[in-house]
Design a protein around this ligand. Structure first.
Ligand code: SF4
Length: 323
């Protein structure tokens, strides 16, 4: 059962939702507790929504988003995570999809390599994905080379990524589709990407961001899913990364605004380089959130026994406080 929606305070999630504690994945496998301590999730306070003023709604102005609900303290929690992640020394910072393709290859080949690294990365540590990509790239990683590689050899090259046997099949099927329908390139829409065998929503949104420079949505994996629930960044407890993505996109502003600290919808006039620069005040929050929380989940907010004593959010974190 899910906690019912209510205005103002709303009640504890059901005990079923808070039942167990270990493990990371959780998507579609029954509710796990994301609390570092086994305490019931009692109540969450709603924050006050903000609205655009008349001037802000005027011609040429960016329109403020007006979510009906935002998590309490999310800005301070986010700033604390940015501070903790400022060293950029988590595995995802060196080995994520942005670092696994050959920068000297043609743009089309780079995009294919990005998609392939994302397909390999599900249920797999970044180090293992990077090793598989290195072995594939050493042979020349293109649509043609993969189609010419027999399944047994491909399996040997990508082993030990998670579900490597299934991934051999999906990579071959997807690569054949890319050659037949897209001229060897990858499609440039989430709808077309998720229609490819072995490509899920998280991979599609990351592929759009990394390969095409387009922020199409928040990429939510098990780290983002777990941390969003621990920090109560979803109005209700969510059961899957996809559910978490929808819940986050309901209130998290797409883009930071430099003048007043208020986040607004992007005007569309910024160069992509600014959108993707984490140090720029106009950075895209929807893009930033994945790498930020994945690294935070790898280093501090671990799936099991999170390092709350070392976390700047320990006083602001409902899960750590047993709420
Ligand atoms: S205090 Fe920090 S590490 Fe602990 S659960 Fe909360 S966010 Fe995660």
């Amino acid at each position: 059962m899910r906690a019912p929606r209510r205005e103002g305070w709303y009640p504890a999630a059901s005990s079923k939702l808070l039942g167990c504690t270990s493990g990371d994945s959780g998507a579609g496998q029954g509710r796990k507790s994301y609390s570092p301590v086994k305490r019931r999730r009692k109540a969450r306070r709603l924050s006050v929504a903000y609205e655009a003023s008349e001037g802000e709604e005027g011609a040429g102005a960016e329109r403020l988003q007006t979510p009906s609900w935002q998590p309490q303290d999310w800005r301070r929690q986010l700033d604390n995570i940015r501070t903790m992640r400022s060293g950029k020394d988590a595995p995802v910072d060196q080995l994520g999809a942005e670092h696994c393709f050959d920068p000297s290859a043609s743009p089309k080949v780079q995009r294919y390599q990005v998609l392939l690294s994302l397909m390999l990365s599900s249920q797999t540590k970044d180090q293992v994905t990077a090793g598989a990509m290195q072995r594939l790239r050493a042979r020349g990683l293109t649509v043609d080379s993969i189609l010419q590689t027999d399944d047994s050899t491909l399996g040997t090259l990508i082993y030990p990524v998670g579900f490597w046997r299934s991934k051999v099949k999906y990579i071959k099927q997807t690569t054949a589709i890319l050659q037949q329908r897209y001229g060897g390139d990858i499609p440039a829409s989430v709808a077309e990407l998720v229609a490819l065998p072995g490509v899920g929503p998280k991979m599609a949104h990351l592929a759009m961001a990394v390969a095409w420079g387009t922020v199409s949505g928040i990429a939510v994996d098990t780290h983002v899913h777990r941390i969003a629930n621990r920090l109560r960044w979803t109005k209700e407890a969510t059961r899957s990364p996809e559910e978490t993505r929808r819940a986050l996109e309901e209130w998290l502003p797409r883009c930071a605004h430099p003048q007043d600290g208020v986040e607004r919808a992007p005007s569309g006039g910024l160069p992509p380089s600014l959108h993707t620069d984490d140090s720029h005040p106009h950075r895209e929050l929807w893009r930033e959130i994945n790498g930020l929380l994945v690294g935070f989940g790898q280093q501090t907010c671990l799936p099991v026994r999170p390092r709350c004593q070392a976390c700047l959010n320990r006083a602001l974190c409902p899960a750590a406080r047993g709420l």
